[in-house]
Design a protein around this ligand. Structure first.
Ligand code: VGL
Ligand code: ZN
Length: 201
């Protein structure tokens, strides 16, 4: 068993980020068996779920003349526009069917405000609006966070950066993550995580 002060953060292992999904991450499904094996060794297990209302502002379909993967200026800064994905209650938003979800202590849903995206498990993309995860972890006396899931360069990256910034000892198990890799975003994420003191295991 890992120490009681260590949490496993399983990020966005949902159908839309896996093979056949609306925003499929290459080899996204490949993380499932390893995550399943890891769950029982952690005393604190947090899952996140990208959970957008239909018509979410991060969807390219909401902006005339815009295509997925273009970057648009939002009030809080540049925002990548995505294909419609992880719509609340849809099959795409459900966890991968082979992921063991019963061991989850808590499921944090994010991205449910129409006008603001949320990559990080801790804060929305304005970097101010909290999801509540910090308080949850602190009230359970968590000191370390281990991140796995999808996508390495977006939700895993921003979750790990925020965890480190909040003072949690933070690591990312890269073999249990897969990335989107948009214009070098995977290498940029690795560099940023290293700079932030996040261990890449
Ligand atoms: C994600 C893009 C849009 C992710 C979520 O889980 O990494 N990426 N929404
Ligand atoms: Zn999303």
């Amino acid at each position: 068993m890992r120490p009681a002060t260590e949490a496993l953060l399983v990020i966005d292992v949902q159908n839309d980020f896996c093979a056949g999904g609306a925003l499929a991450v290459p080899e996204g499904d490949a993380v499932v068996p390893g995550i399943n094996d890891l769950l029982d060794s952690f005393a604190v297990r947090v899952f996140t779920q990208d959970w957008h209302p239909a018509g979410h502002a991060s969807f390219a379909s909401q902006h005339d003349g815009r295509a997925p993967l273009e970057v648009m200026e939002f009030p809080y800064g540049p925002q990548v526009l995505w294909p419609n994905h992880c719509v609340q209650g849809s099959h795409g938003a459900a966890f991968h069917p082979d992921l063991r979800t019963d061991p989850a202590d808590v499921v944090i849903r994010k991205g449910f405000r129409r006008d603001i995206d949320s990559y990080s498990a801790f804060f929305e993309n304005d970097h101010q609006t909290p999801t509540g995860l910090e308080g949850y972890l602190r009230s359970r006396d968590v000191e370390s966070v281990v991140c796995v899931g999808l996508a390495t360069d977006f939700c895993v990256n921003f979750s790990a950066l925020d965890a480190a910034r909040l003072g949690f000892r933070t690591s990312v198990i890269e073999s249990l993550c897969r990335g989107i890799d948009l214009d070098g975003s995977l290498e940029a994420a690795r560099g940023g995580l290293y700079e932030a003191g996040v261990a890449l295991d």
